[in-house]
Ligand binder design. Structure first.
Ligand SMILES: *[C@@H]1O[C@H](CO)[C@@H](O)[C@H](O)[C@H]1NC(C)=O
Ligand SMILES: *[C@@H]1O[C@H](CO)[C@@H](O)[C@H](O)[C@H]1NC(C)=O
Ligand SMILES: *[C@@H]1O[C@H](CO)[C@@H](O)[C@H](O)[C@H]1NC(C)=O
Ligand SMILES: *[C@@H]1O[C@H](CO)[C@@H](O)[C@H](O)[C@H]1NC(C)=O
Ligand SMILES: *[C@@H]1O[C@H](CO)[C@@H](O)[C@H](O)[C@H]1NC(C)=O
Length: 744
């Protein structure tokens, strides 16, 4: 990323001119302090060094975000005596723009954690959020509140986003509304929207950003994920064989992806590696879709460093992505020229490739090519001029020069064929230069503002999970999430009870339901005695609406048969008052089908335990011929007098524990109700839930080894599916599939 501001190249020139002269070769560390924060220097006090201010979460540096050490040894911008550098509380744009309603409390300024509520005047109804909180990245939670009245208008009242003003109050076909942002704010999204025949506004709702407003990785993954997935799934090239040759390239729907990563100047090795890994992650993720795009991948400064040449794809020289990934993974800055940033050069480079493709495949086939341009930069280009004219030519090429009004509609239909995404990354971002380069789109956001690129790999990893959350249960992260348990076990929940009772584990199986063990509940427990602890970013503790134990669960059912506690059907579902927010951090489980499990005599499974931290316990379910030996130990459980292990352990249980063939971990008090799961690549499938064991070897919890005779029994979920379906099968109020049953 170019951390330099754009005058730096002539700073370099000045340096040359003054070489040998009496030039001060460094800046002074005077008046650099920031109240409430700290700063770092990219090259100590040397010329060209960039001073970057840091503030705690919820604060931003003001008046400057960064300072640059200029050739004559002064800082730009210079520290001001009367405007001391300080960490200011992040502000959210003014919400008092609501029409036909009131905002509470009315304030001049709104800061992080300030809460607002919205009410409409009588006769008007509210759409959007009635309560919003100012978030640390400078945005309001929820959605723009809009007060509107029933009317014959074609389009709904589009509202006024916080910080903005709107021109245009008629919402019939072809009526236009225009938006502007207040002072110190800039607009991201569509500044103009037109009401269409179908009752929808063109473009996207704009938002007003401060220079301290950023998109969170989650927002990026949601928006970019949905967008890129749109590109990937509308295209399903069929490898048609014609005259014995695969002619995919000439088939309908070729997807070309062009990626440019700014590596200029002061880019630190770490930043560069982060960007590179993010791209790697992106193409890996994309390859999990059935489409195989052609790639052009370059790093750039004032020069282009090509890693993947799209023409090789065109020539079918590239059969898989292994080579590209290797090249990407091993790409080093080394002694490459990183001086200067020529953003225009990248766009010209991509334009050139597109023109070549067009010439190669012919105008007609080119019409069927879609192009996705993805650029990572801070926008501080200092050579090559503005990329805007190049971008205009690219648009023309893809939109087929359709500029006259009659052809606007056809142009609109061509808009699907070009997407330009900009990931604006850095402390100091040149939004004004970057914003016009993206493509406007009715559905998707194309401009992303990221505070740093550290999270980018994670962001891209989130992309697919996020957009597929509804379809792919049990996804989790493969890589080290830095101790973020939530990402590794996104379905984990804790059930808590009033009083000093042990907590139980549970697993999220739909946005509303937690699966746990029936024995966690005591006779007479009421929903208000129970709570669910699960972090969806909206506060941890969830209220419980009701809970349902399996109707056949009866711990005393076999007292007379020598089984003092009988745990068959030890399963319960807890229904939450409100849905949890399903996100990449919070996913629900898949439930297996039996075939999946019973393939082997032994099945490696895991469940969780909690002491100070969440840890994973590893066990092997003894199946088939191994089962009888395993459940035999149930007879040694306290108080059991029956001689038939099957009286105690019905077919509904999985058996784990013992020392053979490996030492298993043993379940502890507090592990109850937790998911017994199996990991498949990126998916986790819940097989059972922790129910009971023969020995209490670990009252205090923790990862404890089994001994020779200790055995644990886990409810095999496959055996309680009718119960699960009877309750979850009705949970169809939302888009999420109630429960995923995997077949293979
Ligand atoms: C230092 O250089 C900058 C830019 O070249 C110029 O604006 C500034 O006035 C100079 N300051 C001094 C003290 O020479
Ligand atoms: C809004 O936030 C500011 C800064 O934290 C605080 O001083 C003020 O009391 C808050 N206002 C309300 C109504 O919470
Ligand atoms: C692509 O498909 C459309 C309809 O699906 C068809 O009209 C068009 O001719 C096809 N183009 C090519 C190059 O095959
Ligand atoms: C499209 O416009 C470019 C210049 O912007 C021109 O060179 C080209 O010939 C035009 N193509 C068509 C098909 O009109
Ligand atoms: C689910 O639906 C079935 C049939 O429609 C009904 O019998 C059952 O009581 C419902 N369960 C719940 C929990 O609402």
């Amino acid at each position: 990323m170019e951390f330099f501001v754009r005058w730096h190249w002539f700073t370099a020139l000045l340096l040359l001119l003054y070489m040998g002269g009496e030039v001060q070769s460094s800046c002074r560390e005077e008046n650099m302090q920031i109240q409430g924060g700290s700063y770092t220097l990219t090259k100590q006090l040397n010329i060209g060094s960039m001073l970057i201010y840091q503030c705690p979460d919820g604060y931003y540096p003001s008046p400057a975000l960064t300072r640059l050490c200029q050739a004559n040894g002064t800082w730009r911008p210079a520290p001001k005596k009367f405007k001391p550098q300080m960490c200011k509380r992040v502000e959210c744009p003014d919400p008092n723009v609501l029409e036909y309603g009131s905002v509470n409390p009315p304030q001049e300024k709104y800061f992080v954690d300030n809460e607002t509520t919205y009410e409409c005047y009588s006769g008007y109804t509210l759409r959007g959020s009635s309560r919003r909180v100012c978030l640390p990245h400078g945005k309001w939670s929820g959605f723009t509140p809009i007060c509107s009245r029933d009317s014959d208008n074609t389009c709904p009242d589009p509202g006024v986003p916080a910080g903005a003003s709107r021109e245009g109050n008629i919402f019939g076909i072809d009526d236009t509304v225009k938006y502007q942002c207040g002072s110190s704010l800039f607009l991201v999204g569509s500044n103009e929207r037109v009401c269409q025949e179908n009752g929808q506004w063109t473009g996207q709702e704009p938002a007003c950003y401060y220079r301290h407003t950023f998109d969170t990785p989650l927002e990026v993954s949601e928006a970019f994920g949905a967008a890129i997935k749109g590109s990937l799934t509308t295209l399903e090239p069929t490898d048609d064989t014609q005259e014995g040759r695969i002619i995919r390239i000439l088939k309908n729907g070729t997807l070309n992806i062009y990626i440019g990563v700014d590596i200029s100047e002061s880019i630190e090795e770490e930043h560069f590696r982060n960007a590179r890994d993010a791209v790697l992650q992106l193409i890996t993720k994309i390859s999990s879709f059935s489409v195989s795009p052609n790639y052009e991948i370059v790093f750039f400064s004032s020069e282009i460093f090509e890693v993947a040449n799209i023409i090789d794809f065109l020539d079918k020289k590239i059969k898989d992505l292994v080579d590209i990934k290797n090249k990407l993974g091993t790409f080093q800055i080394g002694d490459k020229n990183t001086a200067g940033t020529d953003l225009n050069l990248v766009f010209k480079h991509f334009e050139g490739k597109m023109a070549y493709i067009k010439q190669r495949v012919g105008e007609n086939s080119f019409k069927e090519h879609r192009h996705v341009l993805i650029i990572f930069t801070d926008g501080a280009y200092n050579m090559g001029g503005s990329p805007a004219p190049t971008v205009a030519r690219i648009k023309n090429m893809v939109y087929m020069n359709q500029t006259t009004d009659q052809e606007l509609k056809r142009k609109a239909s061509r808009e699907d064929y070009l997407d330009i995404y900009i990931f604006a990354v850095g402390v100091d971002i040149f939004d004004d230069d970057l914003l016009p380069l993206t493509t406007d789109s009715a559905t998707d956001k194309h401009y992303f503002r990221l505070k740093n690129i550290k999270n980018l790999q994670e962001t891209f990893d989130d992309i697919i999970d996020e957009s597929d959350v509804k379809g792919l249960c049990g996804l989790h992260k493969e890589y080290d999430t830095g101790g973020n348990i939530r990402k590794k076990y996104p379905w984990m929940a804790h059930i808590t009870f009033k009083g000093l009772r042990n907590k139980c584990f549970g697993s999220l199986v739909t946005p509303k339901f937690i699966l746990t063990a029936a024995h966690c509940f005591k006779f007479g427990d009421l929903p208000e005695d129970v709570a669910v602890d699960i972090d969806d970013g909206q506060g941890n503790v969830k209220k419980v609406k009701t809970f349902m134990l399996h109707p056949n669960y009866n711990v005393k059912a076999k007292v007379n048969q020598g089984v003092p506690e009988f745990y068959d059907y030890d399963v319960a579902l807890v229904q939450l008052e409100d849905d949890v927010l399903i996100s990449s951090n919070l996913l629900y489980f898949c439930v297996h089908t039996e075939q999946l499990l019973l393939k082997d005599q032994l099945e490696a499974l895991s469940f969780l335990t909690k002491t100070d931290k969440i840890k994973e316990k590893n066990v092997r379910a003894k199946l088939g011929d191994n089962r009888d030996e395993c459940i035999r130990h149930a007879l040694q459980a306290p108080g059991v007098t029956t001689k038939n292990p099957k009286d105690v352990v019905t077919d509904s249980f999985l058996c784990t524990g013992g020392l053979e063939p490996q030492i298993d971990h043993i379940a502890c008090t507090g592990d109850s109700g937790g998911a017994v799961f199996k990991n498949y690549q990126q998916r986790t499938v819940q097989i059972g839930l922790v129910s009971w064991g023969t020995k209490n070897l670990c009252g205090g919890g923790g990862v404890v080894d089994s001994d020779k005779t200790s055995r644990d029994f886990h409810i095999n979920l496959f055996r309680v599916i009718p119960f699960l379906k009877s309750i979850l099968g009705n949970d169809t109020q939302n888009d999420y599939a109630p429960l995923q049953f995997l077949n293979n």
